[in-house]
Write a protein that binds this ligand. Structure first.
Ligand code: C5P
Length: 405
């Protein structure tokens, strides 16, 4: 999934020549699955048409307080627009618009929306060389920064005036990438590596048969997506599953057996901040795997089993600063047994899956969990989708991780 997927972006376009690049900017966000609404200042329409921006954004474009309809003039609600947005971007931001933002002059719909906004606001200034370096403009930009606005740099190059130097609006893709960096830097798990094991493991009996289980991997994949959306760099070590994930922050490593999962887990663990073992690792494997398919008529009536490595217990024994989370599936004395596992495997937390609800667990889309930490009362959650459970789990992890680090 792309970074801007599902994000609501309010783009304010003011009247500079760089406005002609804004359809490309809108398109770059839309391509990533964002929803974009555009507000234009009246003078920006000299540089780019509302029709172009309405077409690329798939939304009506607003520029005045009142929508022109002869019989039923409508009030364009700038407050609603500003509150709708996850973030606002003003590009290009002219000297005039920047100065009005600083002085809270509410002379057009764009400024009204900015002054009513509660979200993060980015500004991509676009001016001529001397205008940009004028102390008045530099001071205004500093003031915007003091107000909490993020002022993007300007590019260098040929300016519409014929001069060459600073003041040019950044190229659309540069703006998109700087905003992505800025937002992800402020997310709770940004710069953290989160490693998650997911799915079953298959322990080969021969080239076509194995010992496995019916884990779907859904819980682990939802955890990976949640961690990635919280800004983490995620490594998802997955056993055989039909789950798919596409997210720029998720690196997926496919494994088949417990031994392979063990090796990859050990190699990623030292650099991990958080490690979550949600995989249903097979506890036993055949002591050897036949190199050829065992034939029906062969005298084959027994498989010698040996234990697989307990990945989680091993990681608990070598743990340094990592926040280590395991899963438990118990059928009796659930909480007590989970607590014992928490202690025995030296974990920071354990997620107990309930087997008491027929809709929860292994193959399904829902789960019902209890989150258990040492020296704290267990927290039980309602039955909910695995996606919502992943949110609950990370809400808990983030609180305790921040305390412990
Ligand atoms: O001891 P038990 O198998 O019940 O523990 C379950 C937890 O341990 C899960 O988090 C699971 O991913 C992990 N585990 C493991 N390696 C194994 C068996 C279980 O990492 N061989």
């Amino acid at each position: 999934m792309s970074f801007f997927h599902g994000k609501r972006i309010l783009l304010g376009v003011s009247g500079g020549i760089a406005a002609y690049k804004t359809p490309e900017l809108v398109r770059a966000f839309i391509k990533q699955g964002a929803e974009v609404r555009v507000i234009m200042t009246p003078s920006s329409k000299d540089f780019v048409t509302p029709l172009s921006l309405a077409t690329v954004s798939n939304n009506p474009v607003y520029s005045s307080f009142i929508a022109v309809d002869q019989d039923n003039p409508l009030w364009n609600n700038h407050v609603e627009m500003a509150l709708w947005a996850d973030f606002m971007l003003i590009a290009p931001a002219t000297s005039n618009t920047i100065s009005s933002m600083v002085h809270a002059r509410c002379t057009n719909l764009l400024l009204a929306a900015y002054l009513s906004s509660q979200c993060k606001v980015f500004v991509a200034p676009a001016m001529d060389l001397d205008m940009y370096s004028h102390p008045g403009n530099q001071k205004n930009l500093d003031t915007l920064v003091e107000y909490g606005v993020e002022v993007l740099p300007t590019g260098e190059g040929f300016l519409a005036s014929g001069l060459q130097g600073k003041g040019r609006m950044l190229e659309p893709l540069e703006i998109v990438s700087l905003i992505e960096k800025s937002i992800s830097k402020n997310l709770p798990l940004s710069l953290k590596k989160v490693v998650i094991t997911a799915g079953p493991t298959h322990e080969a009996i021969d080239p076509v048969r194995f010992i496995g289980n019916s884990s779907s991997g859904k819980m682990g994949f939802e955890l990976a997506k949640r961690a990635a959306n919280l800004g983490a760099e995620v490594v998802l070590i997955s056993g055989p599953t039909s789950q798919k994930v596409e997210h720029h922050n998720i690196q997926i490593e496919h494994v088949v057996s417990a031994d392979q999962m063990f090796e990859l887990s050990k190699s990623h663990f030292p650099s991990a901040s958080i490690f979550i073992a949600s995989a249903a690792v097979a506890d036993f494997k055949p002591d050897h795997s036949a190199t050829q398919k065992i034939k029906k008529g062969e005298n084959f009536n027994k498989i010698n089993l040996v234990p697989t490595p307990d990945i989680l217990a091993h990681l608990g024994s070598i743990k340094e600063n990592q926040f280590l989370v395991g899963f438990a599936l118990e059928t009796e004395n659930e909480i007590d047994n989970a607590k014992k596992k928490l202690k025995h495997k030296n974990l920071n937390a354990i997620v107990l899956n309930s087997l008491n609800d027929p809709n929860a667990g292994f193959g399904g889309d829902q789960n019902k969990i209890t989150y258990i930490q040492p020296n704290t009362a267990p927290i039980s959650f309602e039955l909910k989708s695995k996606q919502a459970v992943a949110v609950d789990i990370f809400d808990q992890i983030i609180v305790s991780y921040e305390k412990s680090s």
